[in-house]
Design a protein around this ligand. Structure first.
Ligand code: NAI
Ligand code: MG
Length: 491
């Protein structure tokens, strides 16, 4: 398999002919060749998106018309769900049942924004009462232009959907750059867009590196908005670049999301939600449950159960039946996670379970599910995002202390609280400084609900109606409707 770029409704070789091998993280073997575009390709893609926006009439289509394309895309994704899910496993390493869930959810995202596109027709052009009745004011929401979407490698197709679906629903045109280590399902999305007869230039996909294709998109003067998911470092860089010509920007960055477990919580349920929160997708999740706070009376019992269940997890190739933990996405990510665990050891923490490559694998970027305890509050392992299957567990005594420790972070993406006491659940969820709070669960994500972070976890919200607003400008149209003259200069 050898991919191409998708620009202006056509498949194209990169201008300078670049390519890289695509590695299966479970086997470390190359199984495909990915086209690598650079500045020249990014420029062609932006120009196509610009023309589709300015000249070809995509922003002037009705929401109902755009919904037809979005629903076609959703249907085509569902028809090919099994093949796309398998491709995601080969590329990213995640277990196949997780990949099936991702792809189904990506299809659902296109359907959801099809509905919102239709609703936009009805809710637009609303009259607004103003303080002078000689004027009539209406408010329109209009597509904001050409979107540069830059996405990471942890949920390749799903993150494409989270950006492309609302952007197209709004009437924007898009240049999408997937992460270079997991671009294959984005290329499939291009094939689906073509099959859905999406007009040329409305969706363009440039595979390539962040430093060249990515950098060219985020600095391109004809791009109006940047939508990014990825690391805080690149998020900050993108915001700085966007500042130069006041591009709109939305950022979904990482986290170090706490879970606070009170002594009255169901211990078995808490263990299940911790494991789901930190081992799903090998912990390569922006909202991963990476800091667990347990009230002291149940600390030992919970830790013992967590350790026992963690040791039982089946590790293996994501294609194999019954596997719950696949390899990490890349050699680089494996090195990063290993280094974080070594650093924790140096800082005096206890690695209670796991901590390295499982002994039974000599190939593949496998990393054991890992439980760390006894770390100090100022340690790196407690404060920095690891983005791997590594959970830190600490005891606490009072509710006040738990909230303070949970909030003592530069991140604020997600948080969770486990308790049977409803008033306490309400108090704590109100006190947690995070964009998403889960009560007696962790990680359930709904297309209808706002997704995004406080503090350094990001800017703006994706999903739900908030996700659509990301791609709309607001215009007031004010008319003079009086038969009396204005009468300021000419009486
Ligand atoms: P990254 O932030 O470097 O990459 C994300 C995307 O940005 C990729 O498509 C990349 O090509 C692109 N990019 C990089 N430099 C760019 C530039 N100058 N201009 C435009 N685009 C650029 O993330 P990376 O290095 O893959 O992962 C590093 C860490 O980031 C992870 O260990 C994790 O902590 C965090 N991360 C967070 C994610 C989240 O969901 N919030 C997802 C992936 C990674
Ligand atoms: Mg790969």
């Amino acid at each position: 398999m050898r991919t191409q770029l998708y620009i202006d409704g056509k498949w194209a070789e990169p201008v300078d002919g670049g390519s890289i091998e695509v590695i299966n993280p479970a086997t470390e073997e190359a199984f495909a060749t990915l086209a690598i575009g650079n500045e020249k390709d990014a420029d062609l893609a932006v120009k196509a998106a610009r023309r589709a926006f300015d000249k070809d009439g995509w922003p002037q289509t009705t929401g109902k018309q755009r919904a037809v394309y979005l629903r076609r895309i959703a249907t085509l994704i569902r028809e090919r769900l099994e093949d796309i899910a398998k491709l995601e496993v080969l590329d990213n390493g995640k277990p196949l049942p997780e990949a099936r869930w991702d792809i189904g959810d990506a299809a659902g995202c296109f359907d959801y924004y099809a509905d919102l596109a239709e609703q936009l027709d009805d809710s637009n052009n609303q009259e607004l009462a103003v303080s002078d009745d000689r004027f009539r004011c209406k408010v329109r929401r209009e597509p904001l232009g050409v979107v540069g979407a830059i996405i990471p490698w942890n949920y390749p197709l799903l993150m494409s959907a989270w950006k492309v679906a609302p952007a197209l629903a709004a009437g924007c045109t898009v240049v999408l750059k997937p992460a270079e280590i997991t671009s294959l399902t984005a290329v499939e999305l291009a094939a689906i867009a073509q099959q859905a007869e999406l007009p040329a230039g409305v969706l363009n996909i440039v595979t390539g590196s962040g430093s060249r294709a990515g950098q060219a998109i985020i600095t391109h003067p004809q791009v109006d908005k940047l939508a990014f998911t990825g690391s805080g470092r690149i998020g900050s860089h993108i915001m700085a670049e966007a500042a130069k010509d006041i591009k709109r920007v939305s950022l979904e960055l990482g986290g170090k999301s706490p879970m606070v477990i009170f002594e009255d919580a169901d211990i078995e349920a808490a263990v299940e939600w911790i494991m789901f929160g930190i081992f799903w997708n090998q912990g390569q999740v922006c909202s991963a449950t990476s800091r667990v706070l347990v009230q002291r009376p149940i600390y030992d019992k919970l830790l013992e159960r967590l350790a026992a269940e963690t040791r039982k997890i089946t590790i293996g190739n994501g294609m194999d039946e019954g596997v719950l933990l696949g390899p990490l996405v890349s050699r680089a990510q494996h090195e990063t996670v290993q280094a974080a665990v070594e650093r924790a050891r140096e800082e005096g923490a206890t690695v209670l379970v796991g901590g390295g490559r499982p002994a039974s694998f000599d190939k593949g970027y496998y990393f054991e599910p890992t439980v760390i305890t006894d770390m100090s509050l100022d340690s790196t392992v407690w404060n920095e995002e690891i983005f791997g299957p590594v959970v830190c567990v600490r005891p606490f005594d009072t509710e006040e202390e738990a909230v303070e420790v949970a909030n003592d972070s530069r991140f604020g993406l997600a948080a969770a609280v486990m308790t049977k006491d409803q008033p306490r659940a309400d108090r704590v969820s109100n006190a947690l400084r995070a964009g998403i709070v889960w009560v007696n669960c962790s990680q359930p994500t709904f297309t209808e609900a706002p997704w995004g972070g406080y503090k350094q976890s990001g800017l703006g919200r994706e999903l739900g109606k908030w996700g659509l607003e990301n791609y709309l400008e607001i215009k007031q149209v004010t008319s003079f409707v009086s038969s009396d003259p204005w009468g300021w200069y000419i009486k």
